[in-house]
Design a protein around this ligand. Structure first.
Ligand SMILES: [Mn+2]
Length: 302
């Protein structure tokens, strides 16, 4: 009998490794993402049902899932924290293992983008980003007195510079510089905004899942989920909430279709900031993590 979704004691022979990057340095408003990974892992360890309703089995009987904690990397400089995420992730990638990174703030994703870029040509990979924000700033100098290129609001600009194509989903706020950056066709960025009827047509404010999938031109995809991409009703515990995001089942369907139609090479879930009065966000993030892994390893399920 398996007793937890985190069922593999050793990292070495796990199919999927959930890497905790409890990093928080540049969060611009409400803090707390440093506590995100622990809260999500606690749900995966003891709270969720193992039974997968879609695949009709206890998925953790067939998929080996381990966790690896990078410790308190918030003490490090942004460059050193990222270097650690990159080198630790790269060992797993090199070993043919699937990495699911947990933040921390969105900046941590760059560590895994860099690790995967050593084994894949970024030009053949589309980063699919679920987020309220574009995170396409070049630096956070427009709102921080200590400007950095590694702030959470810059992470997809850095990813794009590595050569990755971007498809952004759930976007509902951005700066003029971000608008100019994603509007430049040279940057290979497609933005699916929420609440912009003119973009969707027919008076509808929400893009169609099939149109999002059709916009992805590569076979390989990476999925980065900032939980603030979902509606705050589902994911209230996050630093920079924006009203009116992805509905839960819409997000689940998009994620399942993306993983089953494309080749998912890596993923992350970031910006979970546990709240005192609600466990919704960490439960939701844990469900997303298990859904990503069960769909990724669906061929192992019986
Ligand atoms: Mn965001």
């Amino acid at each position: 009998m398996t007793k937890s979704i985190l069922n593999a004691k050793k990292v070495d022979n796990a199919d999927a490794v959930i890497v905790s990057a409890a990093y928080e340095k540049t969060a611009s408003s409400r803090k707390g993402t440093i506590n995100g990974p622990k809260a999500i892992l606690n749900c995966l360890d003891t709270k969720l049902e193992f039974f997968d309703r879609k695949y009709k089995c206890e998925a953790n009987k067939y998929i080996k899932i381990a966790q690896k904690d990078l410790g308190n990397i918030s003490k490090l400089s942004p460059e050193k924290a990222l270097a650690k995420i990159t080198s630790e992730s790269e060992k797993l990638v090199k070993n043919g293992q699937f990495v699911l990174l947990l933040g921390g703030e969105h900046s941590v994703s760059l560590g895994l983008f860099q690790a995967l870029a050593k084994h894949n040509n970024p030009k053949d990979v589309t980063i699919v980003q679920i987020d309220a924000h574009c995170d396409l700033r070049d630096t956070d100098g427009d709102y921080s007195s200590n400007p950095s290129k590694y702030a959470h609001s810059c992470v997809l600009h850095r990813g794009n510079e590595l050569g990755y194509k971007l498809v952004q989903v759930g976007i509902r706020t951005y700066s003029v510089d971000e608008y100019n950056y994603f509007s430049n066709p040279k940057n290979n960025i497609t933005v699916f905004e929420w609440g912009l009827p003119a973009q969707v047509g027919n008076g509808n404010k929400i893009p169609k899942i099939e149109d999002i999938l059709k916009s992805i031109t590569t076979k390989n995809v990476y999925l980065t989920i900032d939980v603030d991409g979902f509606d705050p009703a589902y994911m209230p515990g996050t630093g920079t909430p924006v009203q009116g995001g992805l509905e839960w089942w819409y997000g689940m369907e998009l994620i399942e279709k993306l993983i089953t139609k494309k080749n998912l090479i890596g993923a992350d879930i970031v910006e979970v900031s546990p709240m005192r009065d609600s466990v919704l966000t960490e439960y939701g993030a844990a469900q997303l993590a298990y859904t990503i892994i069960t769909n990724k390893f669906r061929d192992k399920l019986k």
